[in-house]
Design a binder for this molecule. Structure first.
Ligand code: ATP
Ligand code: MG
Length: 211
C-alpha cells in the first residue's frame, strides 16, 4: 500500500485540492483509495459528502478520530493535513508514509514558509533515516507571470525535487464545489489540467521501497 501525505503549514496553498484530485485519479483507474482528513475543518470529508454517488467510491476517514481501517485491498492512502501542522507532528507522520507532497503558491510569504518547512523536515528525515520521498508542487500558477518564474527558481533551489506545477484553474474551484476531480471532467474541459498532473503522478508512482 502506497501512502501519500499532502502537507504545508501555510494555509490555502492547495493541500485539500491536491489530496482530493489525486484521489479521483486513482478512483478513475479503479484503484482502491482511502482519503484521511487530519484537518479539524474536515474539508476533504465535506468534499466526499457532496461527491456524486455514481462516481467511483473513495473511502473517507476522519484521521483525528483514532485509528483508521481502510478496506482490504486498499492500494493508496492519501493524508490531507491542516494548516499550521507543527513540524514535530509532521516528523511523526513522515515515519508512516512513502511520499510527501508539499504544495507551494507563487507568493513571497508562501515561499518563505516553504523554505523553513522544507529545511525543518529534511532535518528530521536525515536524523531519523526514514525512507520517504518528498517533493514540491507549484500551485495556482500563471506560467507567464514573473511570480511563477520566481517560484520555479526558488523551488529548483530547494533540497527536494520540484515535481510539477498546477495552473490556476476554475476547474479546481468547480471540483471542490461538486465533489468530483478534474480527472472526472470531460477532456474538452480539463485536458490542460490533467496533463499537468502527469509528472506529479509519475513521481508519486515511481518504483520505491514502500513502508
Ligand atoms: N490550482 C488551483 N486553481 C484554482 N483554485 C485553486 C487551486 N488550488 C487551490 N485552489 C482553491 O484555493 C482555495 C484553497 O485551496 P485548498 O483548500 O486546497 O488549500 P489548503 O492548503 O487545503 O487550505 P487549508 O490550509 O485551509 O487546509 C480553495 O478555494 C481551492 O478551490
Ligand atoms: Mg485543506
Amino acid at each position: 500500500m502506497r501512502s501519500i501525505l499532502v502537507v504545508n503549514p501555510k494555509g490555502g496553498c492547495g493541500k485539500t485540492t491536491i489530496a482530493t484530485n489525486l484521489a479521483t485519479y486513482y478512483a478513475v483507474w479503479d484503484i482502491s483509495t482511502a482519503l484521511v482528513d487530519l484537518d479539524p475543518q474536515q474539508s476533504s470529508m465535506e468534499w466526499l459528502r457532496v461527491r456524486p454517488k455514481d462516481e467511483n467510491s473513495i473511502q473517507g476517514f476522519n484521521g483525528l478520530k483514532g485509528r483508521i481501517y481502510p478496506e482490504e485491498g486498499t492500494r493508496r492512502v492519501i493524508y490531507d493535513c491542516p494548516a499550521r501542522t507543527d513540524s514535530k507532528k509532521v516528523a511523526r507522520l513522515i515515519e508512516l508514509v512513502d511520499v510527501v507532497i508539499i504544495p507551494v503558491m507563487p507568493s513571497a510569504i508562501d515561499m518563505r514558509v516553504a523554505a523553513t518547512f522544507v529545511a525543518d523536515i529534511m532535518g528530521h528525515v536525515k536524523k531519523s533515516k526514514t525512507k520517504v520521498s518528498m517533493g514540491v508542487v507549484a500551485n495556482r500558477t500563471h506560467k507567464n507571470y514573473a511570480s511563477y518564474k520566481a517560484l520555479a527558481k526558488f523551488l529548483r533551489a530547494l533540497d527536494v525535487p520540484f515535481v510539477g506545477a498546477l495552473r490556476n484553474s476554475q476547474n479546481y474551484i468547480k471540483a471542490a464545489d461538486t465533489g468530483v476531480g478534474i480527472f472526472e471532467m470531460s477532456m474538452s474541459e480539463a485536458k490542460p489540467d490533467m496533463k499537468e498532473w502527469a509528472p506529479i503522478i509519475n513521481w508519486v508512482e515511481e518504483k520505491r521501497k514502500l513502508k
